[in-house]
Write a protein that binds this ligand. Structure first.
Ligand code: NAI
Ligand code: MG
Length: 361
């Protein structure tokens, strides 16, 4: 039976890097005779200008019907969107409609890229961690929200940080399940010294651990301390479990451990539905990078490694996932560098990096 993948590039460098991810997926499907159908969909500012809808119905349907979505990035400097469309068509709306509540962001160093990182080689040695970020709760979704004018003219911006116990429990279970396939250690990150929702976070994570995962080693860390430890000694971490906002911030910091934001893949996974299917969205961690868009300069490795995660988590093809990851390390070891990781060396374009990975596959 054939598996269907929706491919949605989005804005800025999104389409550029996604084209390379798509091509690697198509190549491995061809080489290993995997039955995969790719459907392309538009999304973002161009779709809005051409069709009056940032997230057109045809793309919405393709994403809903697919076994997995390969996504690029969204966002730009000029977004003349009516606020109503933001509510229905934003990336937050996409995540909610696919019901993807957990975001996995692996961070692994490779000696070939030590010089691209701002950290010292002895700090980079052996870093292999994964950030497990809650994706449908917290301050990104909490109500009330908005900017209001108070009597007297003072203006007030409001966002609300809310977590329910079931939201915490399901992402905690995901983190513990992943830890069992790795080194068996979870560090839960919150800010329970000042936030009540953080206290609940810590209690619920501890309770799930004690009841169902006593074999996993659990520790707790305050988020500010974690931000420090991530650059001081990142190799100490195995699984970092955290909320929506903290996970967003910590993963950009963790990215610099690997040398560039352009290197990092992610998988966002949903609840398993009655028919056994679950929402699955694979995208690089970075955004649309307007500063380098349209120049064939972007690093496509985040998208290519997202394809590897898709092969592993949605398509049940771990061997093929390994092959893609190995092709990326081989390309890096043989000296292929996009501008972001070149450090004064000669660099190649987005498409040429795709060529380099494809030739190793
Ligand atoms: P960004 O991640 O787009 O870029 C940050 C910096 O990293 C820039 O200097 C950029 O050139 C560089 N960079 C990012 N990806 C790269 C790659 N693949 N290769 C080489 N260099 C790369 O974050 P920024 O600039 O804060 O946001 C730009 C837009 O992207 C905003 O509209 C933001 O809302 C949106 N965004 C979208 C995300 C998504 O679609 N998931 C995630 C983050 C931001
Ligand atoms: Mg971010």
């Amino acid at each position: 039976d054939s598996r269907s993948i929706a491919v949605v590039g989005g804005d800025g460098i999104g389409p550029e890097v996604t084209a390379q991810g798509r091509r690697i997926l198509a190549l491995i499907a061809e080489k290993r005779s995997l039955p995969i159908t790719l459907t392309d969909g538009d999304y973002g500012i161009e779709a809005y200008e051409k069709r009056g809808r940032m997230w057109p119905e045809s793309t919405r349907i393709a994403m809903a019907e697919a076994d997995a979505v390969l996504f690029g990035a969204i966002g730009g400097t000029s977004y003349p969107l009516p606020p109503k469309l933001h509510k229905t068509d934003s990336l937050l709306a996409v995540r909610r409609s696919l019901d993807v509540f957990v975001n996995l962001r692996p961070v692994k160093t490779s000696p070939a890229l030590y010089e691209a990182s701002s950290l010292k080689p002895r700090v980079l040695e052996g870093v292999d961690l994964i950030i497990v970020r809650e994706l449908l709760g917290g301050i990104y979704f909490g109500e009330p929200r908005g900017v209001e004018t108070l009597p007297g003219g003072e203006r007030r911006g409001v966002n609300t940080h809310i977590y329910t116990s079931s939201q915490i429990q399901r992402v905690a279970r995901a983190a513990f399940d992943i830890a069992r396939t790795r080194k068996g250690r979870v560090c839960s990150v919150a800010k329970e010294n000042v936030m009540e929702a953080g206290q609940l976070w810590r209690e619920e994570v501890q309770a799930i651990h004690d009841a169902r995962y006593p074999d996993v080693e659990l520790s707790h860390m305050l988020v500010d301390h974690c931000a420090m430890q991530l650059v001081r000694a990142p190799a100490q971490f195995d699984v970092l479990l955290t909320d929506n906002l903290f996970g967003d911030i910590l993963s950009d910091s963790a990215a610099m451990v690997t040398g560039s934001l352009g290197m990092l893949p992610s998988a966002s996974l949903g609840v398993v539905r009655e028919d056994g299917r679950r929402g699955a969205l694979y995208e690089p961690v970075h955004g649309s990078a307007p500063d380098i868009a349209g120049k064939d300069l972007a690093n496509p490795i985040g998208s290519i490694l997202s394809v590897a995660m898709m092969l592993r988590f949605s398509l049940g093809m771990p061997k093929e996932a390994d092959l893609v990851e190995r092709a990326v390390s081989d390309a890096l070891e043989s000296g292929a560098r996009t501008a972001d990781i070149a450090i004064g060396r000669k660099y190649i374009s987005t498409v040429e990096m795709g060529d380099a990975v494809a030739s190793k596959l």
